[in-house]
Design a protein around this ligand. Structure first.
Ligand code: NI
Length: 175
């Protein structure tokens, strides 16, 4: 089921998500919903807090840029190693239409549980590395605009306020 994505700023997006205690069918349903929501919004990553669920679950699909990889769901992801530096122009499904350069590690190694509850370790490079760091930030109440200048952040805040107002008023349907 496609779920509604919260738009920044939203108090839920500032909260720290809780670790998943048990990987069960409710978590697998959450993962399925998150993939459907991410694909419907044409994103490469989504974190559970973005659909209002404060649990440590993220989904990623960077296969358009990295066809050798597979879509991946990570439960309780933990970045255990970082290598090198890079800068990437990031966007976020919770901040539609905006992007900014963010400094990240070039490669990360992540430990997580898969949807079967098995522990996995994955070294991520390129776009997947960026996406994992971006989505792991969401689990700690951080969004990419927290990494940029306050001036640029305030411009984005104003544009998001206008976006929310126009959505609340309901834009007229175009023919
Ligand atoms: Ni995001």
């Amino acid at each position: 089921m496609v779920r509604e994505i919260l738009i920044w700023p939203d108090p839920v997006l500032k909260q720290k998500a809780k670790p998943v205690a048990k990987v069960d069918d409710s978590i697998r349903t959450l993962v399925k919903d998150m993939f459907e929501t991410m694909y419907s919004a044409e994103g490469v990553g989504l974190a559970a807090p973005q659909i209002g669920v404060l649990q440590r679950v993220i989904v990623l699909d960077t296969t358009h840029a990295q066809p050798e990889l597979k879509p991946v769901a990570m439960i309780n992801p933990e970045i255990i190693a970082m290598e090198g530096d890079t800068t990437y122009n990031e966007g976020c499904l919770s901040i539609p239409g905006e992007s900014a350069d963010v400094d990240r590690a070039a490669a990360v190694t992540v430990k997580f549980l898969d949807p079967d509850g098995n522990e996995q370790t994955l070294r991520c490079e390129g776009l997947l590395s960026i996406a994992v760091q971006h989505e792991a930030d969401h689990l700690n109440g951080t969004v990419f605009v927290d990494h940029i200048s306050s001036l640029k952040r305030e411009f984005i805040r104003k544009r998001m306020k206008r976006l929310k107002t126009s959505r609340e008023q309901g834009a007229p349907a175009s023919p």
